[in-house]
Write a protein of this length. Structure first.
Length: 318
């Protein structure tokens, strides 16, 4: 999730090749996660997330030392309001991780993909409900298509797509918090604080699993333990790539790149894992894609108009 907004650039400025490469890299890595987490079985979803928290924290400590950003980490811990916000973000992140991994391990990758397609619509809704922003008529139309998609999938598939909704809502609220805190706390210090908040519970769970003899880290061999430990790197690397892209690319381009991840997840779910796609699902996805298309076109046009207006104002002021 972005920890700082992308810089605004003139319309005619060429895209930064490194920014484009790191942005694509981040979303591709997030998109292929459905192929990674099944490798961690026979560990269950909760055990996987507990390991992900612990190893992510350790890897963040290494990165803090390498990037000499311990000061930002300590400052975030000492600032009560920042720590409180990041603690709430940590809980939301844990819920998102847990539901995502549960969805993958129970053959619901398509539902997970739907959740991340819906996420931009949730973000727009939060802007209205929480931030009291006023939407343009086109944005209301997009939200209508999104709501219709949920209704169609629920009616046609026979059950509420709760995995998709929980993923979209948890990541939407997480993004809202990070959008505020991320202006002062960088990606690595922020993730370090969040995993530090979750670490005591994660460690306690892993110790308890080991005591009762149900932990897999020490019973399934060295290869399994190594793959579990790699979850820290798998978590942090895409975040670092994204943070680099967010500083180099226009926000409109970053918004377009975000659809890479759920698209890859959808393709993996359908083509690799052979999940069922009844007609209701296809119709629901079509409505979501229509809503996202409307939002994307409107966002690009609005951003371009605002930049042209600022440029005209700057010229007239000379």
């Amino acid at each position: 999730m972005p920890d700082s907004p992308a810089a605004v650039r003139p319309v005619s400025a060429p895209l930064d090749p490194l920014g484009l490469a790191t942005g694509i890299g981040a979303y591709v890595l997030w998109g292929v996660l459905p192929l990674y987490f099944p490798l961690l079985q026979p560990a269950g979803a909760v055990e996987i997330i507990a390991h992900r928290v612990v190893w992510s924290l350790l890897f963040c400590f290494v990165l803090l030392a390498a990037t000499r950003t311990w000061g930002a980490f300590v400052t975030a811990l000492r600032h009560r309001r920042t720590l409180g916000a990041l603690s709430v973000a940590a809980v939301l992140l844990a819920v998102n991780w847990l539901v995502f991994v549960f969805g993958i391990l129970t053959d619901r990758v398509v539902d997970a993909a739907l959740g991340y397609y819906i996420n931009p619509l949730v973000t727009v809704t939060l802007a209205v409900v929480v931030l009291r922003e006023r939407l343009r008529p086109v944005q209301w139309v997009a939200l209508g298509f999104g709501a219709a998609a949920v209704v169609v999938i629920t009616a046609g598939y026979g059950q509420l797509p709760w995995i998709a909704l929980v993923l979209a809502l948890s990541f939407g609220f997480y993004g809202l918090i990070k959008n505020r805190v991320g202006r002062t706390v960088g990606a690595v210090p922020g993730l370090a604080v969040e995993t530090l908040v979750l670490a005591p519970v994660a460690l306690a769970y892993l110790v308890w699993m080991s005591v009762i003899g149900q932990g897999t880290f020490e019973t399934e061999g060295a290869a399994h333990a190594l793959i579990l430990a790699s979850s820290g790197i798998v978590t942090a690397i895409p975040l670092l790539l994204f943070n680099s892209a967010a500083r180099r690319l226009p926000l409109s381009m970053l918004g377009l790149l975000q659809y890479i991840a759920p698209t890859l997840q959808l393709l993996i779910g359908v083509l690799v894992l052979h999940e069922q796609m009844p007609a209701a699902r296809w119709w629901g996805f079509a409505l979501v894609w229509t809503a996202l298309g409307i939002l994307t076109v409107d966002g690009v046009r609005t951003s371009r108009a605002q930049r042209l207006s600022r440029r005209a104002s700057a010229v007239s002021a000379r």
